[in-house]
Design a protein around this ligand. Structure first.
Ligand code: HEM
Length: 397
């Protein structure tokens, strides 16, 4: 696997050969312009951070992807700036406090052990198909208040919604169909919760008030979409990438087996090293001068998270996976007003996943010949992760 290219969906978005690598951009064209495709890109850590910080110059209202996303019918706060975004964010932030997220841990663990128990006797599996793709979707569906029997439909629709052919900007027809199925379903869910509220996010949003008014169904739908589209594939990639990198670094894996309290450090390093979200897009609201160039107002700018997280101006030996690394911060969850709302939940899921994998499949080995990589818009990571391990009996929770 040619790592730098495989994990660089920016390169694929360019439709160009040879693809510019992140390293070349950072060193030679830190303020990069692609005239043919009409966008700019920032790749150095400091510049990407400044871009996230300065929402008044780099607006989210022009869209946060280069390609069409196929969910325009359900607008959400990720495509807004303060104060509109701040007001909407306040309504959901309560579902992601340390207490609320912490309360999800038993459920996350039960789901995790349930999925792993289904494979332990076989001695082999594709960890993504049997586990990493299933857990995040189940957790978000639960959070929203969707009943168990629709979780697998929701997961399949979300996967289809997010799927893109490499080098094709337009979403495939199947993605539009999946968006429609999700909209229809969330419409039904909202109606159900209106009749019978419960302790879940959709019910809470139905009760919430914004400037003295209730939210429109379309606004609630926007939240549902945002959570499933933002939280599923990214967390799946985080779990799979962490397992993969630890398999490639047996000494560091040994350290985790000896001292599981280091798992959160491994998760952070995995977020930096193989950031599931490789970039977000902004639009300049005014002319922005940076280094010796000026990006004129009204232009799309990619903030390249993947490149920033490998900038040697910020990280020592950034191409080394090192769970002992001391990091002030990385940009895998973005920064500033749009900082990932689900970061705490993603970290919880990844930690529990690693704890239980090391408990149940401690000697897992990755079959590198079967590993493959996928890009869906700005998300990059493993599509398949075949592993083998000593079969054992299910343990249960
Ligand atoms: C490893 C997993 C994840 C990664 C890498 C990730 C990445 C990101 C990034 C980079 C942003 C910033 C977007 C921007 O600046 O335009 C973001 C925002 C967001 N994420 Fe995540 N995310 C992850 C998991 C989740 C989960 C599990 C959820 C929900 C349960 C979630 C919900 C959101 C929401 C709602 C926003 C928008 C916040 C706003 O606009 O104020 N994310 N995420």
């Amino acid at each position: 696997m040619t790592d730098s290219l495989e994990y660089n969906p920016f390169a694929y978005a360019m439709h160009e050969d040879p693809y510019p690598t992140y390293a070349r951009l950072r060193d030679e064209e830190p303020v990069y312009q692609n005239e043919k495709l009409g966008f700019w890109a920032l790749s150095r850590f400091d510049d990407v951070l400044a871009g996230y910080r300065d929402w008044a110059a780099f607006t989210s209202t022009g869209g946060i992807a280069l390609e069409e996303v196929g969910t325009d019918s359900a607008p959400s706060m990720i495509g807004m700036d303060p104060p509109d975004q701040t007001a909407l964010r306040k309504l959901v932030v309560r579902a992601f406090t340390p207490t609320r997220v912490g309360a999800l841990e038993p459920r996350v663990r039960r789901l995790t052990t349930g999925f792993l128990d289904q494979v332990v006797e076989a001695g082999e599996c594709d960890l993504i198909e049997r586990f990493a793709a299933l857990l995040p979707s189940d957790v978000i569906s639960t959070l929203l208040g969707a009943p168990q029997e629709v979780h697998s439909d929701l997961r399949i629709w979300t996967e289809t919604l997010m799927h893109r052919e490499d080098g094709v900007a337009k979403p495939p027809e199947a993605a539009n169909q999946a968006a429609k199925s999700l909209i229809d379903y969330f419409g039904v869910l909202i109606e159900e919760k209106r009749k019978q509220p419960a302790d879940d996010l959709v019910s809470a949003l139905l009760e919430a008030e914004l400037d003295g008014r209730r939210l429109a169904d379309l606004e609630i739908l926007g939240f549902c979409f945002l959570l499933i589209s933002g939280g599923n594939e990214t967390t799946e990639k985080l779990i799979a990438n962490t397992v993969h990198q630890l398999a490639r670094h047996p000494d560091q894996r040994r350290a985790l087996l000896d001292d599981p309290s280091r798992i959160p450090d491994a998760v952070e390093e995995s977020l930096r090293f193989r950031s599931p979200t490789q970039y977000m897009v902004r639009t300049t609201l005014r002319d922005v001068s940076l280094r010796d160039r000026t990006i004129p107002a009204g232009h799309k700018v990619m903030l390249l998270i993947g490149a920033a997280n490998h900038d040697e101006r910020q990280f020592d030996a950034p191409e080394r996976f090192d769970i002992a690394r001391k990091m002030e911060r990385h940009l895998a969850f973005g920064f500033g007003v749009h900082f990932c709302l689900g970061a705490r939940l993603a970290r919880l899921e990844a930690r529990v996943a690693m704890e239980e994998i090391h408990q149940r499949l401690p000697d897992y080995r990755v079959d590198e010949s079967g590993v493959s990589v996928v890009h869906a818009g700005n998300v990059a990571g493993l599509a398949t992760l075949p592993i083998r391990f000593s079969p054992s009996a299910p343990i249960g929770v």
